[in-house]
Design a protein around this ligand. Structure first.
Ligand SMILES: Nc1ncnc2c1ncn2[C@@H]1O[C@H](COP(=O)(O)OP(=O)(O)OP(=O)(O)O)[C@@H](O)[C@H]1O
Length: 239
């Protein structure tokens, strides 16, 4: 029984969501609820549509041609209830800020470690240099990276280890104050030691953020899940 915590305010309703790319149906009538401050683990066979479902939550599938989604996704964010499926194009950047995503392999911006945080803070959040530096330090402490990199903030981000790069990616998402975090197999490219660091970090982020994480590992799912879901051709079931 993986449902360690079943109560909690429902802040996400995924109702009858079906998604296809061109004429290929990937997801059919998926129903799922997200609860505030909980870590929802999503598992299932390769190719069943886990990443596609994650991307539906912040409309990243819109980036692909011939993508069609039906059904509803409603999220309760600090601004109020957002009908994700109905949002017009110019509201998507704000949605993606509130519903941030971390990918399977670290996807850092070219440039220095600190550039990876200053850039979104200045360009997206409109902070000045002093504010952006202060916020960067705050979030680097939050992802437990500050002590490791505080003396080389201007080094190339690619000089970081894989685990450090993934924590920097997480920091880059957190720096914009998301409310929901989408995590697409964030430890898939990491060794067991770095996986443990990321897992501990995610546990520490529970409560403050609502998280949806894809994992292939039953053990990882068991370790982390407040609620676990299996996605397959029949849709989503909790386990
Ligand atoms: N942009 C796209 N265009 C066309 N087909 C796509 C696109 N993205 C995903 N698909 C297809 O949708 C199906 C589900 O892919 P998805 O990546 O969501 O599965 P997954 O469960 O996350 O797989 P894995 O566990 O292997 O990462 C696959 O058949 C894939 O080829």
């Amino acid at each position: 029984m993986l449902d360690k915590v079943c109560d909690g305010e429902i802040i996400g309703q995924i109702q009858d969501v079906s998604i296809r790319f061109a004429d290929k149906t990937i997801l059919k009538n998926v129903n799922m609820q997200l609860r505030k401050g909980q870590l929802h683990m999503l598992t299932g066979p390769s190719g069943c549509g886990k990443t596609t479902l994650l991307r539906a939550l912040n409309r990243l599938n819109d980036c692909f041609e011939k993508h069609v989604m039906t059904g509803n996704i409603c999220l309760q964010l600090s601004e109020g209830e957002v009908d994700v499926s109905q949002l017009v194009h110019h509201h998507l950047p704000l949605l993606r800020r509130k519903v941030g995503m971390v990918f399977q392999t670290p996807n850092l911006l070219p440039g220095s470690i600190i550039d990876n945080l200053l850039l979104p803070l200045k360009v997206v959040a409109g902070l000045n240099s002093v504010q952006a530096l202060a916020r960067s330090e705050e979030v680097l402490v939050q992802v437990r990276l500050w002590d490791e990199i505080k003396d080389r903030l201007n080094s190339d981000a690619s000089s970081l280890s894989g685990g450090q790069q993934q924590r920097l990616c997480l920091a880059r998402t957190l720096v914009l104050d998301p409310e929901i975090l989408l995590l697409d197999e964030p430890t898939a490219s990491l060794d067991p030691e770095n996986t443990e660091v990321i897992e501990q970090l995610l546990v520490s982020l529970k409560q403050r953020y609502t998280m949806v994480m894809v994992s292939h590992s039953p053990l990882q799912t068991k370790r982390l899940a407040d609620q676990a879901f299996i996605l397959d051709r029949q849709g989503v079931s909790s386990c």
